[in-house]
Write a protein that binds this ligand. Structure first.
Ligand code: FES
Length: 123
């Protein structure tokens, strides 16, 4: 099973292929997901230290580009945990003053992903 490491939180193993946003939530990491996992809000953003997936959904790439976040963060709702990852969750419920992280994301990536190679310039 792949392992997720968060430097200030610890490490935990997650089900292979689980949606990252849900894997974090299941282990007590209250990362925001205010749009419910549809690549619309960017509140599920994480900074990768290691193990960043080389593929990206077109929806994520488009959203990061439009938000001028390309190459800086990734969206946990658009990522499946296939390998070990070390990352930093950025918009935590506790820090943002939200009463909850947002509507529960579905188990599968939404919208239906069109996977492409990740490139920093979004080409
Ligand atoms: S972009 Fe909204 S939950 Fe991921």
């Amino acid at each position: 099973m792949p392992k997720i490491t968060i430097p200030e939180h610890g490490s935990f193993e997650v089900e292979q292929g689980q949606r990252l946003v849900n894997a974090l939530q299941a282990h007590g990491v209250n990362l925001g997901h205010r749009c419910g996992g549809y690549a619309r809000c960017t509140t599920c953003r994480v900074e990768f230290i290691d193990g960043e997936p080389e593929i990206i959904s077109r929806a994520e790439q488009d959203k990061l580009k439009a938000s001028e976040l390309s190459g800086e963060v990734r969206l946990a709702c658009q990522i499946l945990v296939e390998e070990d990852m070390t990352l930093k969750p950025l918009m935590m419920v506790e820090e943002m003053g939200w009463s909850d992280p947002g509507p529960p994301p579905e188990e599968t990536v939404t919208p239906l992903p069109d996977w492409i190679e990740n490139s920093l310039d979004g080409a």
